[in-house]
Design a protein around this ligand. Structure first.
Ligand code: ADP
Ligand code: 5GP
Length: 198
């Protein structure tokens, strides 16, 4: 199953993804390709694969990306091969993508996907968190702040909306959703065989 986690910039995607990956061994992160410059502390292959515009376009045009989008003036995309291999093995894959990515993934993954939007408690707190992260140049920061309302508006297309007020409370809600989704009848592909073998 694919688990898409979205939020406006500074909304807590990295923080909550890190917690989910640390505490849920069944979950694997889909590491995206991006043309944006590497931030201090980010690692190649862990946070992103940092590529040139030319390399991004090459991979996009050869069909190597499951989905891609332009966000805040940079290109981002999901490498297809690993995700398809993990899903074929029945593993769960976590995607940190925006609303455009979520919609493209839904077309590909259909029922085998759940989408969660993390909502900030207030715009003031979201801005405080984004600024507190302190890794963006002023122009990048302004670009992200001016996209807050359009990013928040995409929440209506998601399966779940979770408030990211307190980290642990938010984690608990994400964990509950993930576990309930794992128990959905449609996720059991061998139910008839299992019953017959009882
Ligand atoms: P994103 O990946 O969505 O841009 P981050 O996970 O980097 O967001 O979070 C932005 C900043 O807000 C970070 O400094 C992070 O530690 C902080 N943060 C995230 N969630 C919370 C929370 N619930 N309470 C307080 N600070 C938070
Ligand atoms: P950031 O530059 O802060 O890491 O990410 C900026 C935005 O790009 C975030 O909304 C994030 O979810 C989105 N993003 C990251 N990777 C991808 C991707 O592979 N595809 C899409 N569509 N969006 C992505």
């Amino acid at each position: 199953m694919g688990l898409v986690l979205s939020a406006p910039s500074g909304g807590g995607k990295s923080t909550l993804s890190r917690l989910l990956l640390e505490r849920d061994t069944l979950l694997t992160m889909s590491v995206s390709l991006t043309t944006r410059p590497k931030r201090h502390g980010e690692e190649e292959g862990q946070d992103y694969y940092f590529v040139s515009q030319g390399e991004f376009i090459r991979q996009r045009d050869t069909g190597d990306l499951l989905e891609w989008a332009e966000v805040y003036g940079h290109h981002y995309g999901t490498p297809r091969r690993l995700v398809e291999a993990l899903l074929a093995q029945g593993k769960d894959v976590l995607f940190d993508v925006d609303g455009q990515g979520m919609r493209q993934l839904r077309v590909s993954l259909q029922d085998n996907m759940v989408s969660i939007f993390m909502m900030p408690s207030t715009l003031r707190e979201l801005k405080r968190r984004l600024e507190g992260r302190g890794v963006e140049k002023t122009t990048e920061m302004e670009r992200r702040i001016s996209a807050f309302s359009s990013q928040l508006a995409t929440a209506e297309h998601y399966d779940y909306v979770v408030l990211n007020d307190d980290v642990e409370t938010c984690y608990k809600q994400l964990h509950e959703i993930l576990n309930a989704e794992r128990k959905k009848r449609i996720r059991y592909h061998n139910l008839k065989e299992f019953i017959a073998s009882m």
